[in-house]
Design a protein around this ligand. Structure first.
Ligand code: ATP
Ligand code: MG
Length: 318
């Protein structure tokens, strides 16, 4: 039977729905796409249920039209500063001296049993590796001999209220959430090669309202985080700095913007008519680049601080 998968990314600036058919274990054939501007979402969090729902409906309808497939359920991305992650270790005695499925379930349960407050929901439990009687680096322990089974996990949790809002929005759009997927993990899945993940790499996705990061070491995810800054901050800095509307600021960012001031000539100017004015004003491109550079530097600085804070900064050659 052919398997159809649907993914919905509810972003700060756009809602993107993809319909794909699984061709074999590693390939996905895209059947339909629906990308629509989003509304009611700030920094990855829903702030207006109805507006967000309407944006999701539009995106889902587009994808249904282009794929000819009716969407009833989907994998849905999740991001925002309400997401947090912890590393947790589980330990159990192996019941029959040979590890079976039940032992694996029990050890994962033990890792999961760290105190998670009621206000938080577990989104992912990433298994990073097992060890048996102190022997590390075991990927699939079932069938192996030993007395003590341990697992190292990365547990990702999100605020229950925020998750419920997202679920409700999708429900109103007629879509049931099959599973939530943390944005940084989805980004890493898309852009990192297996080799890079093995060598150690950080992936950083700068979106509109959030910057998603994931750190891979030894092929497994060790750290994930979502920073509440993104490209929209660059736009609002431009709007404030040059007294333009947000739409104008976004336009000139895309048309005239540079993130490195030194790459722009000091005498480069362009014209724009600010909202409500009768005449064009002249803007210096270096001045614009200066505003962009300051914010982009800050985003990179914060990302770097996060990598350092994770303690894995020395382990990322890729
Ligand atoms: N060519 C470009 N140069 C600079 N910035 C760009 C360009 N194209 C898009 N952007 C910026 O990227 C941001 C949107 O990124 P993206 O579509 O990944 O966000 P999103 O997934 O909707 O948001 P989030 O992941 O934060 O919820 C906007 O701030 C937009 O201005
Ligand atoms: Mg995004």
């Amino acid at each position: 039977m052919e398997e159809i998968v649907v993914g919905i990314d509810v972003g700060t600036t756009k809602v993107c729905t993809l319909v794909g058919r699984v061709e074999d274990a590693s390939a996905l054939h895209i059947l339909g796409v629906g990308i629509e501007p989003s509304n009611g979402i700030k920094k990855g969090i829903i702030v207006d249920l109805e507006a967000a729902s309407r944006a999701i409906v539009r995106s889902v309808e587009r994808a249904e039209q282009s794929s000819g497939i009716e969407i009833a359920s989907a994998l849905v991305s999740i991001a925002g500063a309400h997401v947090s992650s912890i590393n947790s270790r589980g330990v159990v005695g192996i019941s029959g001296e040979i590890v079976d499925e039940y032992d694996v379930l029990r050890v994962l349960e033990a890792a999961r049993s760290v105190a998670i407050p009621h206000s938080r929901e577990v989104i992912h439990i990433v298994q990073r590796g097992f060890s048996i009687d102190g022997q590390d680096g075991i990927r699939t322990p079932i069938g192996m001999h030993g007395y003590k089974l341990e697992v190292e996990t990365h547990i990702i949790t999100a605020s229950t209220a925020t998750v419920d809002n997202l679920r409700q929005c999708l429900g109103a759009a007629g879509v049931e959430v099959q599973q939530f997927v943390l944005n940084p993990l989805a980004s890493a899945e898309a852009v990192l090669t297996a080799n890079e993940r093995q060598m150690g790499a950080a992936v950083c996705d700068i979106g509109g309202g959030t910057t998603d990061m994931a750190i891979y070491v030894d092929g497994k995810v060790w750290h994930t985080m979502v920073l509440a800054v993104g490209g929209n901050h660059v736009t609002s800095d431009i709007a404030h700095g040059l007294r333009l509307s947000i739409a104008q600021a976004e336009d000139i960012k895309l048309q005239q913007g540079y993130a490195i001031r030194a790459e722009v000539g000091a005498e480069d100017y362009f014209n724009i008519r600010p909202f409500g004015e009768d005449n064009d004003v002249q803007i210096n491109k270096q001045e614009l680049a200066h505003i962009i550079e300051a914010r982009v530097e800050e985003i990179f600085e914060l990302s770097l601080q996060e990598i350092k804070r994770s303690g894995y900064d020395g382990l990322l050659p890729a």
